[in-house]
Every structure is written in structure tokens, then in C-alpha cells.
Design a protein around this ligand. Structure first.
Ligand code: MTE
Length: 321
């Protein structure tokens, strides 16, 4: 497959948005000039917090990632969500804020690795150097948003685990405890827990981002607290939320939506491509949340120059399914 290499995601900061507004707001926040970085004690609460109460979590911005459109307002981002553990509608934020207890939170890292471990999410965060990245997010439902994430590259977690040469995929799992998410019990027909996966090559690329905060604060429950993945060149369902387990495996994992759609919709790769429609709608354009503007969708969501090289040798529609 011939992939056109372009730098459309890397537009000048001037084209980027009301970032000055965002920065002013952040500068008003206590201590915003400083960064919460590896080794510091992060002021996390024990339980779910309403947005206004969430602890500050800032980090230096990685300027390699700029946007071509405005940041989605935070209020919208934390109230318009896909998080099936709390229901199949977009308005799950009340349930997620009430039911999900993101701390304490144990994470298991295992499978084909030299350093298997079980550790608290805050201990994992302390091992990492946090940064802020402005990413575009493209849902398979043809809407998009932009988010100022705080987190660390997935690659750093892979390095910590030190996979053996037999490991070919990273399989990730969301919590499956019905006591923390009423939608699990009320929708027993779905294949809980939510599972996703990437190849080792994808995991080692620079883009996959382990998110622990957004908008200068600790990650909100509806967005997948306390830790989620974001893969900005793939449809949003690949970006698994509230992860409890990372398994390094030899076999390609079968993910939640693959299992549900049984090959009738997008599958393992799910790379954004305007030319490969969903069985029921076009992917040529997307609706930008917040503005309602409809804009053309870009191959790999505009990140082709960072990830396009991952797929040389893989041909055909399968890459986008
Ligand atoms: N992760 C879990 N565990 N459960 C989910 O239902 N939904 C996915 C993805 N990760 C989902 C999930 C989908 S379809 C999308 S579009 C994004 O999360 C939505 O992320 P957002 O709510 O932060 O926009």
C-alpha cells in the first residue's frame, strides 16, 4: 500500500486555536507554571471527584504535537462520552462520577516479560516523566474532538516491562467489576471486560499515549480514570479506558468491539481512513464537537507521517478494518 506522507497534523501554533485562552485559564490555576513530574507526590483523592474538585495535574507540553483546530471545551469532553460500562448512551458522566472509584487502583503488567509486576497506578505514574500532548480524537461514529492530555508514552511502559522476543502484542483490559459500573450488570449481553490490543511495533511508536490527566487536571472518571490509552490515528474505540491489566502476548487479542460485531464492522486495526466507510455511514467527513463544523477526515486522522511506516507490507482494506 502506498501511503502519502504529509505533515498535516504539524501545523503552526498560530493556526492552533484559542490556546491562549486555555493557557490563561491554566496560568490562573495554582502552581500551573510548575510541572507534576516523575518522583513527585501527586495530590490524588481516594475516590471519584466532581470535575471542579479534581486535583491539578500539569506537565510540560510536548511541542511536537500541535492542532489544526480549537481545543474541545472541557465541559463537553467530560459530559459527552462513550463508556459502555456505564451505559450505551453518551450521558454517562453522572454514573461514572458516582460509581467509579479510581483510587486506590492496582495495575497488573505481565505475560511474556522479564519484569512482571503489580503496582498501584500512582507508583506507576511516579516512575514516568509526564508531558502534555494536544491530540485529535476521531470516533468511529464520525465525530471528533481535541484534547490536551497529560500522560506518558506507552513505549515507556513497554520498556519497564521488558518484553521477551516472543511477545507480539500488548493486550489491555478494563476493570470488569459490576460494583463500580452499573452498565456491566445491566447489559450482560456485552463481552465484559472491555479488551483492546496493539502490535508491539505500534506500542513502540511515539504516538500511543497513556493518559492520566487532561485539561491540567487528574483524569475525570467519564474519560477513563485513572489511566487510559489514546491512539490518535485509530478510531476511538481502540483507546481503552480505566485499564487494570497489560498482558504481553504472542496471539493477536480479540477486542471488545471485534467480538460484538463479529467481523461486520471495524476489527483489530481500525486505522482512520476516509475512504473505508462503516457499513452504515461514510467516514469521509467528521463533525467537530463543540463547533458542529463538518470537516474532511484525514488518513490516519492526520498522523500518517508518524505512523504510516508501521504498515508497509500490510496491504488491502484489512489495515483499516
Ligand atoms: N473504553 C472502555 N473501557 N469502555 C468503552 O465503552 N469506549 C471507546 C473508548 N474506550 C470505551 C472505551 C470509544 S467507542 C471511544 S470513542 C472513546 O473511548 C471515547 O472516549 P471519550 O469518552 O473520552 O471521548
Amino acid at each position: 500500500m502506498l501511503i502519502k506522507i504529509r505533515k498535516s497534523w504539524e501545523l503552526p501554533e498560530s493556526a492552533a486555536t484559542p490556546e491562549d485562552v486555555y493557557l490563561n485559564r491554566r496560568q490562573l490555576m495554582k502552581g500551573a507554571a510548575g510541572a507534576a513530574i516523575a518522583g513527585s507526590v501527586l495530590p490524588f483523592a481516594e475516590t471519584a471527584l466532581a470535575d471542579t474538585e479534581r486535583a491539578e495535574l500539569t506537565a510540560p507540553r510536548n511541542t511536537a504535537y500541535t492542532l489544526d483546530r480549537a481545543l474541545t471545551p472541557e465541559d463537553l469532553n467530560i459530559t459527552y462520552n462513550n463508556f459502555y460500562e456505564f451505559g450505551s448512551q453518551k450521558q454517562i458522566s453522572d454514573a461514572a462520577n458516582r460509581e467509579l472509584k479510581p483510587r486506590p487502583w492496582q495495575i497488573q503488567i505481565g505475560g511474556m516479560v522479564d519484569n512482571p509486576m503489580t503496582l498501584d497506578v500512582d507508583d506507576l505514574i511516579k516512575k514516568m516523566t509526564l508531558e502534555e500532548r494536544l491530540y485529535r480524537h476521531r470516533c468511529v461514529e464520525a465525530w471528533s474532538m481535541t484534547v490536551p492530555w497529560v500522560g506518558f508514552p506507552l513505549r515507556k511502559l513497554v520498556e519497564l516491562a521488558s518484553p521477551t522476543s516472543s511477545a507480539k502484542y500488548v493486550r489491555m483490559e478494563t476493570f470488569g467489576d459490576p460494583k463500580m459500573a452499573s452498565g456491566i450488570g445491566s447489559q450482560p449481553w456485552y463481552p465484559w471486560p472491555y479488551v483492546e490490543g496493539v502490535t508491539m511495533e505500534e506500542a513502540m511508536n511515539d504516538l500511543p499515549f497513556m493518559v492520566v490527566g487532561a485539561y491540567g487536571k487528574v483524569l475525570a472518571n467519564p474519560m477513563g480514570a485513572p489511566i487510559r490509552l489514546h491512539l490518535p490515528w485509530k478510531y476511538g474505540f481502540k483507546s481503552i479506558k480505566s485499564i487494570v491489566k497489560f498482558d504481553f502476548v504472542a496471539e493477536r487479542p480479540r477486542s471488545y468491539w471485534e467480538e460484538i460485531s463479529d467481523g461486520r464492522e471495524y476489527g483489530f486495526w481500525a486505522n482512520v481512513n476516509p475512504e473505508v466507510p462503516h457499513p452504515r455511514w461514510s467516514q469521509a467527513t467528521e463533525r467537530v464537537l463543540g463547533t458542529g463544523e463538518v470537516v474532511p477526515t484525514q488518513l490516519f486522522n492526520g498522523y500518517a507521517d508518524v505512523v504510516g511506516g508501521l504498515y508497509t507490507g500490510i496491504t488491502g482494506e484489512n489495515l483499516y478494518r
